[in-house]
Design a protein. Sequence first.
Length: 76
Amino acid sequence: MPKRILQGTVVSDKGEKTVVVKVERAYLHPLFKKTIRRSKNYHAHDEKNAHKVGETVRIQECPPKSKLKRWEVVSA
């Protein structure tokens, strides 16, 4: 099964080897036909602590690395 890849913005880099990435998605409401934006935060593994707040990064699914981390940064 292929691994999912999401794109988002780094909102926190305070953890050691961890970044929090906000991923936004837009979809059409089924009844009102209005575009709705939803966002979700993902904890991602950043091995070299290379990414800072505000950067756009791509994250990919991976086996669990800790209690919250199930994603890893693949590129900026």
